[in-house]
Ligand binder design. Structure first.
Ligand SMILES: *[C@@H]1O[C@H](CO)[C@@H](O)[C@H](O)[C@H]1NC(C)=O
Length: 309
């Protein structure tokens, strides 16, 4: 890790979501609600799935894995933002900053590959029901999950190493509430052309799972529309619709943020990152389970146990 004299032991300053005090207060309160809801919602999902034998199948195991990633993902940025606000500081160490950059990219990618695995699982279940148990065997399930983690972490590594090599010439003010890679690139006084190209490449890699998701749901739609049962069609469309809502919020905000020239970035764009950093990890458990009867039954059992004991 090359650091020039100026930047050794240098802290970065997280300027926040907008840089204005009233708005920072607002986002503090917002995150103060979002973070515990995210933790509890996702924990309940994992608990419900593991405690109910009827939910021991690929679809729910993948969902539990998604919840696990979401817990880690929101814990990378939100607690730091909350404690900094409470302590009245905006500082983050150089190492802490790079750790955030790495983990956000790694877990964000892992998240999107698990979403793709979930869409693939649904496509197999609906379009090839007879082969479902052989295609989605426990082995291939574990392979999909481990593969998501490996690909996620591998894709974060080059970006983090390249960012760590930059010089910052004493610039400290990161225009976001966490160490977002694009904001760090903008802050650097090194030649960042290669980094920027790598970033666009990274966003393209990030979109590979999106392609899998779209293909899977298109296949689901074709299968469902071929079977003339209005009730089945409505059920499948409403499930796919809610999944696609989360997916488009997630990908829409990431692409809106990164697929444009770096020069057009400003502090007010940090509000776009709130969408995928804080909001989608919170929404996932609700979208994927509250409309689902089996899941509701499992959650009900947990609450009943809690009350009676
Ligand atoms: C993740 O998926 C694997 C494979 O299906 C499963 O064995 C494991 O229990 C899941 N993890 C969680 C936290 O549910």
């Amino acid at each position: 890790m090359r650091k020039d004299n100026q930047s050794s032991n240098m802290d970065f300053i997280l300027l926040g979501v907008s840089g204005q005090q009233e708005q920072e207060d607002f986002f503090f309160i917002l995150f103060l609600f979002i973070y515990p809801i995210t933790l509890i919602g996702n924990l309940l999902i994992i608990l419900a799935i593991h405690s109910d034998i009827r939910l021991h199948n690929p679809m729910y195991f993948l969902l539990a894995n998604l919840s696990l990633v979401d817990i880690f993902f929101s814990s990378v940025t939100l607690p730091k933002m909350l404690t900094n606000y409470l302590l009245g500081t905006k500082a983050i160490s150089f190492e802490g900053c790079l750790t955030q950059t790495y983990l956000v990219i790694a877990l964000g990618n892992t998240d999107s590959y698990i979403l793709a695995a979930m869409a693939y699982d649904r496509a197999v279940a609906i379009s090839h029901p007879l082969h479902y148990t052989t295609i989605m065997s426990p082995r291939s399930c574990i392979l999909l999950v481990v593969g998501s983690w490996v690909v996620g972490n591998t894709s974060a590594l080059p970006h983090t190493v390249l960012t760590a090599k930059l010089s910052f010439c004493g610039n400290q003010g990161v225009a976001n509430f966490y160490c977002d890679m694009a904001s760090l690139l903008k802050l650097s006084c090194s030649d960042i052309r290669f980094n920027v190209n790598m970033m666009y490449l990274g966003v393209s890699v990030f979109c590979v799972p999106l392609l899998c998701i779209i293909i899977s749901y298109v296949q689901v739609c074709f299968t469902v529309l071929r079977v003339p049962s209005t009730k089945g069609v409505l059920k499948a469309l409403s499930t796919c619709g809610s999944h696609l809502t989360v997916v488009s919020l997630y990908y829409g905000s990431v692409m809106g943020m990164y697929l444009r020239p770096l020069t057009s970035y400003s502090l007010k764009d940090a509000v776009i990152t709130v969408m995928y950093i804080a909001v989608t990890p919170m929404l996932n458990p609700f979208i994927y389970s509250l409309r689902n009867q089996d899941m509701k039954a499992a959650l009900g059992k947990i609450f009943n146990k809690g009350i009676s004991s």
